[in-house]
Structures are given as structure tokens and as C-alpha cells.
Design a protein around this ligand. Structure first.
Ligand code: GLC
Ligand code: CA
Length: 466
């Protein structure tokens, strides 16, 4: 699977902002890469306070991205290339500009006073004063994203209608944005301090303050799983991919109902075999997890783990069972950028949203891009294509090799600098330590770099048939 950050993928009409026609113009790139599907970050009408995660009309396309007609065309063109299309669906909250916010205030969560200590993921209290009503409303993210009240059945009906609208147009599935926070404690109880046993790596998040509390009363309530089961029952032919920032034990029931769920533990892990092993061991036995090393919210893999290790990171990602997600640009080894002269995102995520680098001059837009290009002369699609030592050719080869892999992950050996695991008859060995290690015995089927002896050099990965 391939994640497209629509605003930054390809600009067809020359206004500096990516759009749906731009995606259509680059579908052949995705087909050549070998991906089975694309996930588009939100495309619906939105005032863009959170770049589309604040929807004002779920049945319209945001004007900068195109029209419903463009979307229909994208669905046709993608399907013609056997590429499935997954839309980002935001069920937990709307935009403050959604007509419901004033016409149907009973679909949101209100309080006369700030009722508790709940925090917004983006900082500060989760309760915002509204001048018009002199009441406070709950928002898990920006104040421009009021939270819906899922104890009101009208909300479910309205959202199921929205999903039906897009399923009828041919959409294959949905990423369910921050679905773990859909329902909240009806008693609005205070949340306790976190115990420090949460997901390792959260302390480096932009959202670190938020993780100081244990989100017992705002995430992962039993109703979330009930709503997920209702969705799956109502749309049996549609794929649902869960975004829930929860540890793997808590994700288990989600994987039983949904088609897939992102592993945030994998995402946040240091490149350390001992840390990664428990996250991937046994994967594929129960459900089909979704693995990603980069996305539009958290620092890019190459910037976290370093460019020399980008090859073994790709091998790790693309040898795991379930859904593997490549974030646009990772296939050429893009790094985090400096952002622009003004900050667009108030929680610092511009760095991971710079435009895709198609050729040495950028190739993203004929106009000035909404965020500057980072280093297109050094890192771009056109120069890498056809170069057997390039990142993009490594991705293509791994994606094609991936189709032969089957069976769950069985970790064989894990230390800070090395990770060895079985997938069926294949053994994957990754060396991210400082020196060479003894190579696993057997026929080498794939390697990320040159091999000369029975040693595996540092920053190299190999797939061996034992
Ligand atoms: C998800 C999205 C993020 C967005 C948030 C609120 O975490 O990935 O980009 O800001 O939800 O919708
Ligand atoms: Ca455009």
C-alpha cells in the first residue's frame, strides 16, 4: 500500500498544491512500483485547519483538490491498473464549519463548565469556550475540530450514509482516522496520570504532553469496537483500516473485526532488534496488522534511522505479513524538510509534508510549491529509475519479492544491532550494528547490498532460503 499526502504528491493545474488530477497523472509510477493500493489523506471539503482532517462536507471534494468528477476518474484509472483506493474517513469529529455544528448542536459534546482534565492531543485543555452558546465543547484535536457525540444514534446514521455514498462510487476501503477516540466516558470523569508503561517512543512525539495522561475515558471504550463491528456488518465488501494509537495487546480485538490496524509500536520503535522483536514476533497469526515507518504525522524513517539504514528498513517493512505502507517519498529516501517560511501546521508537522521530488528540478508543480522542495537535485524519482543501486529499484524489487512470502513472523535472534526472523521457508537477517556479522546459512535470495564472504556487512539485509 502507498500513502498519498494529496497536497504534496503532484500538482496538475499549476497552483502549487497537489490535486486529484496530479495523482491520476502519476498512477503509472505507482503501478510500476507494484503497489496494490493507495490511501489518500482526506479529500473532502474542508477549511483545512488540519489539512482536511476537519471536514465541512463529506460528500464534496475540497476545491483545491478537484471535483467529484475527478475522483470518479481517479477510481476508474486506479482500478484499471489494479490499484485499490482507500479514503481517509474522519468519523470522530467534523470541522467547526460543518453545518451540523450550528444546525445540530446535539450531535456534539457540550458542557456548561470545563468538566474535567481532558487534554487535546495538540496541547491544552480539550474543552473550548464557544461565544455563541456560552458553553464549552470537546475537541480531541484542534479547537476547529469539534468532537461528535456517538451516543446520539443520528451521528451513526449520518456517517453510515456518508460511507455508503463513497462505497457506491467505487471506493474500496477506508482508513478510520483516530477511531479509538470515537466514544468518550458519558460521566466525563478525569483521566489519571500515565504510569509510564505506554508505547516507547511517545516521549519524542510532538504530542508528548498528551501522553502524560492515561486516556482511559477518551479512548478505546467498548463502544468503539461495537461501532467498528456495525460498520463491518453494514459494509461487508469494504476494507476498514484502523488508526488507533494503542499498544498491540489493545489492538488485538480491533484486528479481529477490522481488516487491518496500524502498529504504532512499530512506528515509534528505535532501530534496535531487541525493541522490534516483540512487536513483530508472531505477526500474521491473528489478523493482518498494518506496518508503516513514515506518515504525515511523525518524523520520516530516513531521518529517524539514517540514510545508510534506509535499505534494511525497507526490507524489514516489506517482509512483514499484513499490509505494508510506503509513505510517498520514502521509496526514494526522502528526508524531513525544514518547513516553509510560515508554519502551516501548528503542531509542527510541515517537515514531513514537503512535496514529492519527481525530478532534479522538483517536478511537483509548474508554480511555486506550497512548501519548498527539500533536495530534488540529490533525491528524485527520475534519476533513480533504472539505477540498480537506487532506493526506488530496491523498493520495486522488494515489493515484487514480497509476493512470494507467506506465513507468520517467527523471530529467531534479536539484539540491539541484529534481527533474524523466519517467514515460512525464508529467513530475513538485518544487520544494523557497527560491524559485520556471520551470515545465516542457505541460498541468498535477496540482499540490499553487495555480499562478498559469509559475512553480512553493516547496514545490510539479506533474505536466505534455509
Ligand atoms: C490522525 C491524523 C492526523 C490528524 C488527526 C486528527 O491522527 O493522522 O493527521 O491531525 O488524526 O484528525
Ligand atoms: Ca493544484
Amino acid at each position: 500500500m502507498y500513502q498519498i499526502y494529496v497536497r504534496s504528491f503532484a500538482d496538475a493545474n499549476g497552483d502549487g498544491v497537489g490535486d486529484i488530477q496530479g495523482i491520476i497523472s502519476r498512477l503509472d509510477h505507482l503501478a510500476a512500483l507494484g503497489v496494490d493500493g493507495i490511501w489518500l489523506t482526506p479529500v473532502f471539503a474542508s477549511p483545512q485547519f488540519d489539512f482536511g482532517y476537519d471536514v465541512s462536507d463529506y460528500r464534496e471534494i475540497h476545491h483545491e483538490f478537484g471535483t467529484i468528477g475527478d475522483m470518479d476518474e481517479l477510481l476508474r484509472e486506479a482500478h484499471a491498473r489494479n490499484i485499490a483506493v482507500i479514503l481517509d474517513m474522519i468519523l470522530s469529529h467534523t470541522s467547526i464549519e460543518h453545518p451540523w455544528f450550528r444546525a445540530h448542536p446535539e450531535r456534539y459534546l457540550w458542557s456548561e463548565e470545563r468538566p474535567n482534565n481532558w487534554l487535546s492531543a495538540f496541547g491544552g485543555s480539550a474543552w473550548q469556550f464557544d461565544e455563541k452558546t456560552s458553553k464549552y465543547y470537546y475537541h480531541r484535536y484542534y479547537p476547529e475540530q469539534p468532537h461528535l457525540d456517538w451516543s446520539n444514534p443520528d451521528v451513526r446514521h449520518a456517517m453510515h450514509d456518508v460511507i455508503a455514498f463513497w462505497v457506491d462510487r467505487g471506493v474500496d476501503g477506508f482508513r478510520l482516522d483516530s477511531i479509538d477516540g470515537l466514544a468518550v466516558d458519558p460521566q466525563l470523569r478525569d483521566e489519571p496520570r500515565a504510569t509510564g508503561t505506554g508505547i516507547a517512543g511517545r516521549e519524542n512525539d510532538n504530542w508528548a504532553d498528551y501522553w502524560q495522561l492515561e486516556h482511559l475515558h477518551t479512548t478505546n471504550l467498548p463502544q468503539v469496537l461495537d461501532e467498528l463491528a456495525r460498520l463491518k456488518a453494514a459494509f461487508p465488501g469494504t476494507s476498514f483500516l484502523v488508526e488507533a494509537d494503542l499498544p498491540r495487546t489493545a489492538l488485538k480485538p480491533y484486528l479481529e473485526i477490522a481488516d487491518s490496524a496500524f502498529s504504532f509500536e512499530f512506528f515509534r520503535a528505535r532501530l534496535d532488534g531487541a525493541a522490534i522483536a516483540p512487536i513483530i514476533d508472531g505477526a500474521g497469526i491473528h489478523g493482518r496488522p498494518a506496518w508503516a515507518l513514515s506518515n504525515h504525522d511523525l518524523p520520516r524513517m530516513v531521518s529517524r534511522w539514517g540514510r545508510p539504514r534506509a535499505g534494511i528498513a525497507a526490507m524489514l517493512l516489506l517482509t512483514l505479513p499484513g499490509w505494508a505502507f510506503i509513505y510517498q517519498g520514502d521509496e526514494i529516501g526522502m528526508i524531513d524538510g525544514p518547513g516553509g517560511p510560515v508554519a502551516f501546521d501548528r503542531s509542527g508537522r510541515d517537515a514531513v509534508r514537503h512535496p514529492m521530488q519527481w525530478d532534479a528540478t522538483g517536478g511537483f508543480s509548474t508554480a511555486e510549491p506550497w512548501l519548498p522542495m527539500i533536495d530534488p537535485a540529490d533525491c528524485n524519482v527520475a534519476d533513480q529509475l533504472g539505477d540498480p543501486h537506487s532506493m526506488i529499484e530496491l523498493y520495486r524489487a522488494l515489493i515484487s519479492f514480497r509476493r512470494q512470502l507467506s506465513g507468520p513472523v517467527e523471530v529467531i535472534e534479536a539484539s540491539a544491532g541484529e534481527l533474524i526472523y523466519h517467514r515460512g521457508s525464508e529467513t530475513v537477517q538485518l544487520n544494523f550494528g557497527a560491524g559485520p556479522v556471520r551470515r545465516v546459512e542457505g541460498d541468498v535470495r535477496f540482499s540490499t547490498g553487495r555480499l562478498s564472504s559469509d559475512l553480512l556487512p553493516p547496514d545490510t539485509g539479506v533474505i536466505v532460503r534455509s
